[in-house]
Design a protein around this ligand. Sequence first.
Ligand code: SF4
Length: 129
Amino acid sequence: MGSYKTVGSLGCYAHDSGYMVDPYGYIFPCLLAVGINELAIGTYYPNVEFKENSIRNRNIDTIPECRECTYSLLCGGGCALSIDDYSDVFKPVCFNIKNQIHNILPTFFNATMQNNMKAESTEQVCAKT
Ligand code: SF4
């Protein structure tokens, strides 16, 4: 997986380095996954064992839809917690990155541009007086 450790190719730390444990012996990849045993990446009791296929193997190469996707290096496959069926975590979760790029980013851009234009016109008025 080394070559896929780029800006967004892994989605978040759960795919790479997150470790959370519960009192029942499970190891989870992130805080929000604790208690969802299907998302455990392994156990620490009675033995330390890691699953062969878990979120740790989830990236833009192992999710087929992500391989050819233009958003892939920003997205990383999305958050696996949003998948309906945790028996297969190798499914894409697209809505978050698409919402950020197509809705949230333009909203912030437009608001920033309007604020800049207001500030410039205020400066011009002040300079004339
Ligand atoms: S937008 Fe969807 S298909 Fe594209 S990288 Fe993200 S999860 Fe994968």
